[in-house]
Design a protein around this ligand. Structure first.
Ligand code: 8YV
Length: 315
């Protein structure tokens, strides 16, 4: 039986599909594979990680016989893929199976924040409805411009959902695509044209703080931000300041710069809806992701073609 290392925080649904097929060790609570009790790092041939957690060159170097890193998720910005490639270690991920779920999460946040779902829910639960002095009204997305940063698989699925709700879609990306939506050359231009700005690009160094104070100011005091992609894409300090000062109208956030830590300033803001990185977090989608992750491991150890290697491994 192959010996497999689970990166910190790998969810039970992932472990369940590996049970009985691998001898598993868990890195949760440890900084290095060498610290895991009872584990000889040289015996590990496979790692399961999740893209938002770090699996750096030094982790790869600590596992001399590592052959494959199977990522339980589509984004793999936490994995140093070039270091893996240089060592001949394969990297796989789980695209497609979570596209629709994650897009629905972005829509959920967009609707929750613009329609004040959390505030209104609280009003009812705390018995405030009978004495509400004046109906608290929300903001419609019908006929409004929803600007999507990153029109990949998930970005397109978000676009379809927003269109179904009556919004008008626009986008920015690294290059213009053959799609019926207006293209803006950069996030500032897109934010200026948008009432709702939705972050849907990949994480990592190339997109770090792509949404900064300038972009937020271009979105403006009537504009809402939604991020269900990666926390690193938004300058969180600038976002907190913009929300505090009313320079944007509100935000729906599933991801944060330093997860699982969320700036305390956000906890008390009524114009913010917060989720603990659950974009793909349904039983059904997590099961599909876990099965795809396992299929990659099974194919690798059976010497068969891999279902979903990361693009860098294909060239
Ligand atoms: C998480 C995600 O990785 O797929 C991604 O890129 O962000 C999520 O699905 C999730 O925690 C599963 O590990």
């Amino acid at each position: 039986m192959h010996r497999l290392l689970l990166a910190p925080g790998i969810q039970p649904e992932m472990r369940a599909v590996l049970d009985g097929r691998f001898e598993m060790f868990d890195m949760t609570g440890f900084d290095s594979p060498a610290d895991v009790p009872g584990l000889d790092p040289a015996t590990i041939t496979a790692v399961v990680t999740k893209g938002e957690s770090v699996f750096r060159e030094r982790h790869i170097a600590a596992l001399p016989n590592l052959k494959i890193i199977a990522n339980f998720g589509v984004g793999y910005d936490g994995i140093e893929v070039q270091a893996a490639k240089a060592r001949g270690v394969m990297v796989t991920h789980t695209p497609n199976v979570l596209t629709d779920e994650t897009a629905t999460t972005a829509l959920l946040l967009a609707l929750a924040v613009t329609r004040k779902l959390v505030v209104l829910d609280r009003l009812v639960r705390t018995g405030g409805w009978p004495t509400e002095p004046r109906e608290l009204l929300a903001n419609s997305i019908i006929g409004k411009t929803a600007g999507i940063i990153g029109l990949g698989r998930i970005g397109k699925a978000i676009a379809r959902r927003l269109e179904a709700c009556g919004a008008v879609v626009a986008y920015t990306d690294t290059k213009q695509q053959d799609v019926p939506y207006p293209f803006h050359p950069d996030p500032v231009a897109l934010a200026k044209a948008s009432d709702l700005l939705v972050v849907a690009c990949q994480g990592g160094a190339s997109t770090r703080h792509l949404v900064d104070a300038t972009v937020l100011d271009a979105l403006g005091p009537e504009g809402f931000l939604v991020n269900a992609a990666r926390g690193t894409i938004v300058d969180e300090k600038a976002l907190v300041a913009a929300l505090k000062e009313g320079r944007i109208a509100g935000a729906g956030l599933d991801v944060f710069e330093n997860e699982p830590h969320v700036p305390a300033d956000l906890w008390t803001m009524d114009n913010v809806v917060l989720m603990p990185h659950r974009g793909s977090g349904t039983h059904e989608t997590r099961r599909r992701m876990a099965e795809l992750c396992r299929s990659n491991l099974d194919a690798f150890f059976a010497g068969q073609p891999l279902p979903t290697p990361v693009p860098e491994m294909r060239g």
